[in-house]
Unconditional design. Structure first.
Length: 601
């Protein structure tokens, strides 16, 4: 288990104190012992000088007898009165007298270091263990010369225990004082380390809070040391980090909100062809259901070959690639693809943007169809008028029977051109925002009944049953009677034209409180599902031959759609082949503010 900072600092202080006290004890003990030994040798040297000043009688220093004379014993006893051991030794190492042992039992001392040194230099020193008395002693030997004879060694010794006792006494005092110092300084160091560790722990806790996203500042302890400076620096860093994270978060949220709300599909792909980001528009365009997870393989998500090839081309080094993809089978959608290279990090990637151009392609197709249809619609009657006019000029005017028939054909085609021109001018006004509606309060039942009366004759000619089915207590609507009648009349005419003889046409109306829904149902031939989304386009016909046979211009439903939308409603169709069709359109319920003339698209 790791030790915390408090115990580490405490152990460090204790180790430092012990590391200081041990050398102090070692060197103090050595110096003290050395001083005591020097003092002991000085004491023995002084005693030796005194002994040389009053030497033993020369006559008592006979080397032929191991038994000391009374005079020698007296001198040895006098010298030993100063608590030293006194030994008289001949130059051959023979012990003549000793203050603490019987010289006859003592071995030859010629090999003692102090004896050899004294014989060689005059004085000899040594510290060693005495075999005779089994004690450690300090020895000092001096050479005493005898006239007309070999010299004699006078040796003086004091026990080493005295020195050891003094040293150990000093060491005990030193250790006691050191222990007291250790306790005092140890407690102080523990308190200091405890305070220091708590401050460091506070800083550690603060850094952990910052890492978890809590940027509240730490309270300064006003100690004036480096930790206070560090705390202030951490507070400043946390505040800056908080501001930076808030800025980055706001920018990220803003970017995510922008990308998420974009209709265009946006995705980011890394160099490994894995998605890093994809918005909801991207998933909707590719019909994925939900945005793919980050890290998903692009090949697993995208099935469009053109899109994959564009992305791979950019990842290989092409700065920008534009392409077009088509999705769906029954209802195709067109998208412009822009893939651009991006290098935000060391690894390159690509940004994919899918822009819906379905409406643009639809408008282009409508424009092409419109031009082709207008040309075709005008060409047919013009060709007929030109052909019969040339026939009349070539001599048919003299034929009364054919002349009348040719002129009638020319008149019919000219009227068709007039109707076509009027419808085109009407649509032009709608497109140019020049359509004025005289909004007024209109009764639904009266409005429907008047339209049915107008269509009754045409229905009767084809043996069709034409009947209203109106909800009771319908509210009045806000509408331009003439313009709205064009809508309902157009739907009734289409129903009559495309319903076989003996069929039925119903006109119903219902209200949900805010608007009234009109429905024209027939039992006619029906409209294929693929054509239902296009029947409100200009000149679009489901059955071209039949439409021309009944004299239609192909603009009626387009005009009806514009008029319904001008009233603030909507129009749609429900149909099935062989089962008939139901055309629905809505008109707002009358409100007082609707009683005004307004220009609408």
């Amino acid at each position: 288990m790791r030790l915390n900072l408090f115990w580490k600092l405490g152990f460090a202080f204790f180790a430092l104190l012990i590391a200081v006290l041990l050398p102090v004890d070692y060197y103090a003990e050595r110096n003290l012992r050395r001083d005591y030994e020097r003092a002991g040798f000085d004491q023995l040297s002084a005693i030796a000088r005194i002994a040389l000043a009053s030497p033993p009688p020369v006559s008592s220093l006979s080397t032929n007898s191991r038994t000391p004379s009374p005079a020698l014993r007296e001198w040895v006893a006098r010298m030993a009165a100063s608590d030293v051991r006194v030994t008289v030794i001949t130059a051959d190492g023979l012990v003549l007298a000793d203050s603490q042992s019987d010289p006859q039992t003592m071995e030859n001392h010629a090999g003692r270091p102090e004896i050899r040194e004294a014989l060689a230099k005059g004085d000899g020193l040594s510290i060693r263990h005495s075999v005779t008395i089994n004690r450690d002693l300090l020895y000092y030997a001096t050479r005493f010369s005898i006239p007309a004879g070999p010299p004699v060694i006078l040796r003086f010794a004091i026990p080493l225990r005295t020195v050891d006792d003094e040293v150990w006494g000093f060491r005990r005092r030193l250790w006691l004082s050191s222990l007291a110092m250790l306790l005092v300084t140890g407690m102080a160091s523990l308190l200091i380390s405890r305070s220091f560790s708590r401050r460091v722990e506070r800083l550690q806790s603060f850094s952990r809070r910052v890492a978890e996203g809590d940027f509240r500042p730490i309270e300064a302890d006003r100690s004036g040391d480096v930790l206070e400076v560090l705390a202030a620096s951490l507070n400043d860093s946390a505040a800056r980090l908080d501001r930076a994270i808030r800025t980055v978060t706001e920018e990220r949220d803003l970017s995510a909100a922008i990308l998420g709300s974009m209709v265009e599909g946006v995705a980011v792909v890394n160099s490994a062809e894995r998605l890093l980001f994809a918005n909801a528009g991207f998933a909707e365009i590719l019909e994925l259901g939900a945005p793919p997870q980050s890290g998903s393989s692009l090949v697993e998500v995208v099935r469009q070959t053109q899109l994959l090839e564009a992305v791979r081309a950019v990842l290989k080094g092409t700065p920008r690639v534009q392409a077009e993809i088509v999705t769906g089978t029954l209802r195709q959608r067109f998208f412009a693809v822009t893939v651009a290279s991006v290098k935000a990090t060391e690894n390159s990637g690509a940004v994919v943007v899918l822009h819906d151009i379905t409406d643009l392609r639809k408008l282009e197709r409508i424009r092409r169809d419109f031009v082709a249809n207008v040309s075709h619609e005008f060409k047919t009657p013009l060709t007929a008028i030109q052909g019969f006019a040339e026939t009349l000029l070539a001599g048919a005017r003299d034929d009364p029977q054919n002349r009348t028939r040719f002129l009638q054909i020319i008149l019919d085609h000219s009227r068709r051109l007039a109707r076509l021109t009027d419808d085109l001018l009407e649509l032009s006004k709608m497109d140019a925002d020049r359509l004025d509606l005289e909004m007024d309060r209109l009764s639904v039942s009266q409005f429907v009944q008047s339209c049915l009366e107008t269509a009754q004759r045409s229905a009767a000619e084809k043996h069709l049953r034409l009947s209203p089915k109106l909800q009771e207590s319908l509210p009045d609507i806000a509408a331009d009677r003439r313009r709205l009648a064009e809508v309902l009349q157009n739907l009734l005419d289409n129903a009559i034209q495309y319903t076989p003889s003996g069929g039925k046409i119903d006109v119903s109306a219902s209200s949900d409180g805010d608007e009234v829904t009109f429905t024209v149902s027939d039992t006619g031939i029906g409209i294929p599902l693929a054509d239902q989304s296009r029947i409100f386009e200009r000149f679009y016909r489901v059955d071209v031959a039949r439409s021309r046979e009944v004299g239609g211009t192909g603009l009626g439903l387009s005009i009806a759609k514009h008029l319904v939308e001008a009233h603030g409603g909507r129009i749609w169709v429900e149909s099935e082949i062989g089962q008939g069709s139901q055309f629905h359109f809505t008109v707002p319920v009358f409100q007082p503010q609707h009683a005004a003339t307004r220009a609408v698209r």
